[in-house]
Design a protein around this ligand. Structure first.
Ligand SMILES: Nc1ncnc2c1ncn2[C@@H]1O[C@H](COP(=O)(O)OP(=O)(O)OP(=O)(O)O)[C@@H](O)[C@H]1O
Ligand SMILES: [Mg+2]
Length: 257
């Protein structure tokens, strides 16, 4: 959907790949949750991951960000080997922003302070420069004027957009969103989806787990359907929503539409 983005092609230069996942397995207490997931994400691509509850969508995102260690396989993000025992998690998480359903803002900090905190305290960046960027980011997520508010004074959708700005303040190369609108009322859902749409149109690489099928259809370059810890089927939104091939995808989409 972004004209600036390189076209999807099978012979794309491998340096275009920003996330590579190969044959990833993960179990929790004997239960296999990921059973051999492989997925390559190109710079600027928007990937939507859909699938039934418990199919491993959140686990996959958490593995990419090294929040959950994997049992076997390989994950690499911006050339960083996520499975390296000597992994620098800070270096990884600078490049991968992750937004969850719950926003986890610091309640005693203002909106502006929430956005500025990590670049100053973790990255030791110049305060004036970080503040300038924070104002730009708050404008981007359409929250200009709310800088001095505390999280409790904002709607859920506004808080979620602060969380997005806070994550963008670390200047990530990939953004991952895990059902970020699931807890919001319909009006605020739209505000958050608009912000994600803007980011995607700006060329940000995005991986989204979402139950918003209409949004996935509109925004995704590629849709992955997961079931039982596997990517059962993937393709363009037209392929997956218009003519799903696998019976499991067909059955899932029958239930959600
Ligand atoms: N930390 C954990 N300890 C034990 N089991 C876990 C843990 N995290 C996830 N699981 C299990 O792994 C399976 C996959 O969970 P996951 O959260 O990845 O699913 P999901 O596809 O994101 O589902 P949903 O759509 O409900 O969010 C589930 O059966 C879940 O109970
Ligand atoms: Mg989940």
């Amino acid at each position: 959907m972004n004209e600036l983005r390189p076209p999807f092609s099978s012979d794309a230069n491998s340096s275009d790949l920003i996330v590579t996942i190969s044959d990833v397995h993960k179990h929790f207490r004997g239960a296999q949750v990921l059973r051999g997931i492989s997925l390559d994400v190109r710079r600027g691509e928007v990937i939507c991951i859909i699938g039934p509850s418990g199919s491993g969508k959140s686990t996959l995102l958490r593995c990419i960000n090294a929040l959950t260690p994997i049992d076997s396989g390989r994950i690499s993000v911006c050339g960083i080997d996520v499975t390296d025992p000597k992994l620098d998690k800070l270096a990884l998480r600078r490049r991968v922003g992750m937004i969850f359903q719950q926003y986890n803002l610091f309640p005693h900090k203002t909106v502006l302070q929430n956005v500025m905190m990590a670049p100053i305290q973790v990255m030791k960046q110049d305060k004036a420069e970080v503040e300038r960027r924070a104002h730009d980011l708050l404008a981007k997520v359409r929250l200009t004027g709310k800088e001095a508010c505390y999280p409790a004074e904002l709607s859920g959708g506004q808080q979620q957009r602060v969380a997005i700005a806070r994550s963008l303040a670390m200047q990530p190369e990939v953004m991952m969103f895990d059902e970020v609108t699931a807890a919001l009322d319909p009006e605020t859902v739209k505000e958050v989806l608009n912000v994600i749409r803007d980011l995607a149109q700006d060329g940000m690489t995005c991986m989204l787990v979402t139950h918003e099928m209409g949004f996935a259809r509109e925004i995704a370059d590629r849709v992955c359907f997961t079931d039982g810890g596997l990517i059962v089927e993937q393709g363009t939104p037209a392929e997956i929503f218009g003519a799903p091939r696998d019976p499991r995808t067909q059955q899932f989409l029958q239930h959600v539409f």
